[in-house]
Ligand binder design. Structure first.
Ligand code: LER
Ligand code: MN
Length: 272
């Protein structure tokens, strides 16, 4: 199991204007003991892929995944929007993420971009649009050799797919060979009766894990038992990433440094 840090390409490059801060953050991530980074990218069309590749290569960090949530939270793109044009734009945006992933590596995450059931839309309709959209972006990814992740998200952020069971049901409906589950310990702590049992239930269909504590701060800052989570994942033969997707408290640097130190200790990888 390796560890990864979620960082924002948009924020650290000041929306593509300056790669120095981004490269400096990559260097810090490597020094803290991360194996990879998970990159939040709102719009790949605004990212200079050459500069991104150069920065990653110069520091020697892999890309675990591309996070796409700001395409929803900032641009309002959603696979379940009642306006077909918005749904199409959301799918096109995720296809762009797949094109970027084909260059720099990593999964493409389907999290908040699934949207939520908006007023005037039935739940059945929203679910049908979600399934259709997920299938379409998985096809786009498959053409590029890119794998995608669907993330169950807690009830306070969406009404569509909160639990592992619901995530597995979506995978069964869509049946895309390049789609797996991303499980996030913060959401699991809210929605699952037992984090351990739900991880085991998902088994080999868990392709990526977000590590955030019960308060969404770094692992160790709340009451999720990460020792037990890691033991369960090891028992399942999970060989993917634990990716720290955490609030920047008290600040980004300290939170990522603490996350790496605590996860590495629990993984028995104390030595840097
Ligand atoms: C995205 O990975 C996630 O976990 C969401 O809760 C973001 O708000
Ligand atoms: Mn997450």
């Amino acid at each position: 199991m390796q560890i990864s840090a979620v960082i924002s390409v948009d924020e650290l490059t000041r929306n593509g204007a300056d790669w120095a801060a981004f490269t400096a953050m990559l260097e810090r991530c490597r020094a803290w003991g991360y194996d990879a980074v998970e990159l939040a990218v709102r719009d790949p069309a605004r990212v200079d892929a050459r500069s991104l590749e150069r920065a990653l290569q110069s520091v020697g960090l892999a890309v675990a995944a591309l996070a796409t949530g700001t395409a929803f939270s900032v641009d309002g793109l959603s696979l379940t929007h009642p306006d077909a044009g918005v749904r199409r734009a959301a799918a096109e945006r995720i296809a762009d993420h797949c094109r970027l992933a084909a260059r720099v590596g990593g999964f493409v995450i389907l999290g908040l971009v699934r949207g939520r059931t908006l007023p005037g839309v039935t739940r059945e309709q929203a679910e049908a649009w979600m399934d259709e959209g997920v299938a379409a972006v998985c096809e786009a990814g498959a053409r590029l050799g890119v794998r995608l992740l669907f993330e169950p998200i807690n009830r306070y952020e969406t009404d569509l797919v909160h639990t592992v069971e619901e995530g597995l049901a979506l995978l069964d409906r869509v049946r895309a060979p390049n789609l797996g589950l991303l499980l996030d310990t913060f959401h699991m702590n809210i929605e699952e009766a037992s984090i351990g049992q739900s991880l085991r239930r998902a088994g080999a269909r868990v392709h990526h894990v977000h590590a955030a504590d019960s308060n969404r701060c770094y692992p160790g800052a709340g009451h999720v038992d990460f020792g037990a989570v890691i033991q369960t994942l090891e028992g399942m033969g999970y060989g993917g990433y634990l990716s720290a997707e955490i609030l920047p408290r008290p600040n980004l640097e300290t939170s990522l440094e603490q996350a790496a130190a605590n996860l590495r200790r629990l993984l028995g990888r104390d030595e840097l």
